[in-house]
Write a protein that binds this ligand. Structure first.
Ligand SMILES: [Fe+2]
Ligand SMILES: [Fe+2]
Length: 476
């Protein structure tokens, strides 16, 4: 499974055996390059960035680190190795061999799943394009750019599947993936969270923590697909995604640690006096991103999710390892969740498990985010702070599912009027304009190797065994 770097499109999928496909992708390549120059990391396209590039897909040995100018990054097409005997682990076709081609009856659904996933990848690059100019360090700047080039590669991964398996429609969809733009009024990205502004590094770390983590769960569910090329593509994307999640989770931990330290040092505990980020602002930013990301999972009771599961297009998180579970077919189990009845009372409702696949995936996601929250609160404890951070209730600020537009407080305990909700979101629950301006004001770039902005603590160690003071980006 070595990657072929001799061709214009590095790959381990024997692209050179399919000249027609190769030519189609070679025609897509310049459009991609234009897109990257237009909306990719602004201001650093000529810099030498210490980036990893995949050279094989084997566990442990796939990354090669070197200085690369981002426009010269070798975006490629990678899949994990074919497992000849791979079988479907769930749904109506349990035990049957997986598919190497798209079955006609699931063409539409599979294309939809791939396009929806594909759309998030370039969207995030667009959302993050201005952050390089306010990097807290060269280490962080390099991590941002690593995330960016890999999201670009994830777009390649989805575009390859569209070109190879979906004919002309697939080529059109691949074209459209380069035409939509995050937050564009006429042709925005497909999912709301991917049209939200990422204004600063607190947003970025929350995005990499909460939004990329939604991506992890979606990719893990698609990695269980009976459509084997999708499964193998997503498996390799997941190995790259792990770094993005690391960037988000540890980035937040580092801000939280620094804030707690500054609370001890600053007169009156006011961290703003030392250019720190107040804990309340961090909490409000959690409120914003976490609630938005919960909507990405879709409604709790979903007939689409049921049919994706029964036809084995999309499984649960870690489906293959659940295979000994008696409910692998999803036919004989139920899922309980809370709804609000006409009188506003919370009541429990039971639906067939197959219909609850979105909720089940989301539950795994929430458990993962809660694990990280415990760690962040541990940092506060270590630094002697009494305050604690929280994730907002799943009832708060929802636009999709049971609690859509219900105007709950962030703790999920009370309902308020729509007017109050809007006002309090602006003034109390989300970062205010004044807080956003303040954050921007402290995010002046720090570009001396080994130096960090005062609002964030240094990482525990560098990248690829390099010291923290390594020159991760040579800015030109
Ligand atoms: Fe991605
Ligand atoms: Fe990612």
């Amino acid at each position: 499974m070595k990657v072929d770097y001799k061709t214009s499109i590095p790959n381990n999928v024997n692209l050179s055996d399919d000249k027609k496909l190769q030519r189609a992708l070679e025609r897509w390549l310049p459009d991609y390059a234009d897109w990257w120059m237009e909306v990719g990391p602004a201001g650093f396209q000529q810099s030498d960035v210490y980036l990893r590039t995949a050279i094989s897909v084997e566990r442990g040995g796939w990354a090669h680190f070197d200085y690369v100018k981002m426009p010269e990054y070798r975006w490629g097409i990678f899949m994990t190795p074919l497992e000849e005997e791979r079988k479907i682990q769930y749904g109506d076709f349990i035990g049957q061999k997986v598919w190497q081609d798209v079955p006609g009856e699931y063409r539409k659904e599979l294309k939809r799943l791939i396009v929806t996933q594909g759309d998030t990848e370039p969207a995030s690059v667009e959302q993050q394009s201005l952050l390089g100019r306010m990097s807290p360090s060269l280490y962080d700047m390099r991590n941002l750019f690593q995330v960016n080039v890999e999201e670009g590669r994830h777009l390649w991964a989805m575009v390859f599947l569209l070109h190879r398996h979906f004919g002309r429609d697939g080529r059109e969809e691949a074209h459209d993936l380069l035409t939509r733009r995050s937050a564009h009024s006429d042709h925005p990205r497909m999912l709301d969270t991917f049209n939200e502004p990422v204004l600063n590094w607190l947003d970025f770390f929350c995005f990499a923590m909460f939004t990329d983590r939604d991506g992890k769960y979606q990719l893990a569910a698609l990695a269980e697909s009976a459509f084997d090329p999708l499964s193998r593509t997503c498996q390799f994307m997941l190995t790259e995604e792990a770094h993005h999640l690391f960037v988000g989770e540890t980035g937040l931990a580092r801000i939280i640690r620094r804030t707690a330290q500054l609370m001890k040092e600053a007169p009156g505990g006011d961290v703003r006096k030392l250019a720190g980020i107040p804990l309340e602002t961090i909490q409000k930013t959690f409120n914003y991103w976490f609630s938005s990301c919960l909507d990405l999972f879709g409604g709790e009771d979903s007939s689409n999710a049921a049919s994706y599961f029964s036809s084995a297009l999309k499984g649960r998180f870690n489906e293959t390892n659940r295979k000994k579970h008696p409910n692998a077919s999803g036919l004989d189990a139920f899922y309980d969740y809370t709804i609000i009845d006409d009188k506003g009372h919370e009541i429990s409702r039971e639906i067939p498990m197959r219909r609850a696949m979105n909720a089940i995936l989301r539950d795994d996601y929430i458990a993962d985010c809660t694990r990280a929250l415990v760690k962040w609160n541990k940092v506060l404890e270590e630094e002697g702070a009494e305050q604690r951070l929280a994730l907002p209730s799943e009832k708060f600020n929802r636009k999709i599912g049971v609690f859509a537009n219900m105007c709950f407080t962030p703790d999920g305990k009370y309902r308020v009027s729509e007017k109050d909700f809007e006002r309090r979101c602006k003034e109390e629950w989300f970062p205010t304009e004044e807080e956003k301006n303040y954050i921007t004001s402290v995010m002046t770039p720090v570009t001396e190797p080994g130096q960090f902005a005062n609002w964030i603590s240094p990482p525990a160690k560098g990248i690829d065994g390099r010291p923290i003071e390594f020159e991760y980006v040579k800015i030109h």
